[in-house]
Design a protein around this ligand. Structure first.
Ligand code: F6P
Length: 341
């Protein structure tokens, strides 16, 4: 059996560990053959592949990024679609696809499976916003990177008695902000799930400052303050038509400074959170998911993705993952908010 693997959408630490887990198990246990599609769905719709022999995955679980490359190509755009892909798979002798990706990737994988293609999924996103899996790999590393960066902002903030705002990733959900904010002892954590007024934020900042602290605000890129209607976006749309986010910290800083009189600086962490070596937790999770994806292929569980349920790896339908976003529940925000100000 020949299996094609793709990594699609925004990259995240742990992608290579999934590829290694799948290739090693497939070769060792089932004698399968592997190829990789270059740059996500682009490689699939163009039939652009590379061989993935055992030696190609040697030592890659600790490598950031993806050896296959990625893109935000939509496999239904233009002349592409199921028929074009089927023709490529037949020509290349590929029997099944393992698609590693987030919401957009898995939605496309579902449509293609509905059209008769044999695809299983592996969920991936630093945002940790996919339902039907307790954690996605990449999230733990992103939180670690963000926390280390915020700790550094904190010391320079303390030296200058400034308010520091750290903007982290999180398009629809605030998991990175919540965890990195809690880990670094933030005086306010602002997430997309909770609208908060600029007055309230300023109050928390002032309270912390009055106690002699350098106020620290952690904000997710998708946060919408109560005076705004939608997330801050000035960078146009991505290929799936979604606004590119980033920059809310720059909007908040002068407003907080004007209201509190405290010098305020913003730092946008951006793609640093998605780069570099994965944490041990993410390597283990990603390796296990990659190996479990082989079981899905062997069992012919097309249209399903592997997931983490507690400490066990499970198999769930794409629908279960795509129906809802895994947002930060109210009680988790309330718990964190006790320590604000
Ligand atoms: O979906 C993961 C994510 O990192 C989001 O947090 C962010 O909005 C987006 O990807 C950024 O995408 P790009 O790398 O295409 O700019």
């Amino acid at each position: 059996m020949k299996i094609g693997i793709l990594t699609s959408g925004g990259d995240c630490p742990g992608l290579n560990a999934v590829i290694r887990g799948a290739v090693l198990k497939g070769i060792k246990v089932h004698g399968q053959e592997f190829v990789g599609f270059r740059d996500g769905w682009r490689g699939v719709v163009e039939g652009d592949i590379m061989d993935l022999p055992r030696q190609s995955v040697r030592g890659i679980s600790k490598q950031g990024g993806t050896i296959l490359g990625t893109s935000r190509t939509n496999p239904f755009e233009g002349d592409a679609g199921p028929d074009v892909i089927k023709a490529h798979l037949e020509r290349l002798g590929i029997d099944a696809i393992i698609a590693i990706g987030g919401e957009g990737t898995l939605a496309a994988a579902k449509r293609l499976t509905d059209a008769g293609l044999k695809i299983v999924g592996v969920p991936k996103t630093v945002d940790n916003d996919l339902d039907a899996t307790d954690y996605t790999f990449g999230f733990d590393t992103a939180v670690q990177i963000a926390t280390e960066a915020i700790d550094r902002l904190r010391t320079t903030g303390e030296s200058h008695h400034r308010c520091m705002i750290a903007e982290v990733m999180g398009r629809h959900v605030g998991w990175i902000a919540l965890h990195a904010g809690m880990a670094s002892g933030a005086h306010a954590i602002l997430i997309p799930e909770q609208q908060v007024s600029i007055e309230q934020i300023s109050e928390w900042v002032t309270e912390a400052h009055d106690r002699g602290r350098a106020p620290l605000v952690v904000v997710a890129e998708g946060f919408v303050p109560s005076h705004m209607e939608s997330p801050h976006s000035i960078r146009g749309l991505d290929t799936f038509g979604r606004p590119r986010l980033g920059g809310i910290a720059d909007q908040l800083a002068p407003e907080i400074e004007a209201r509190t009189g405290i010098e305020t600086r913003a730092t946008i962490l951006g793609h640093i959170q998605r780069g570099g070596v994965p944490s041990a937790f993410d390597r283990v999770l990603a390796t296990r998911l990659g190996m479990a994806a082989i079981d899905s292929v062997v069992d012919g569980r097309w249209g399903t993705m592997v997931s983490l349920s507690g400490t066990e790896i499970d198999h769930v339908a794409f629908d279960a993952a795509l129906g809802n976003l895994k947002t930060v529940p109210q009680h988790r925000y309330d718990e964190a908010a006790i320590l604000f100000g």
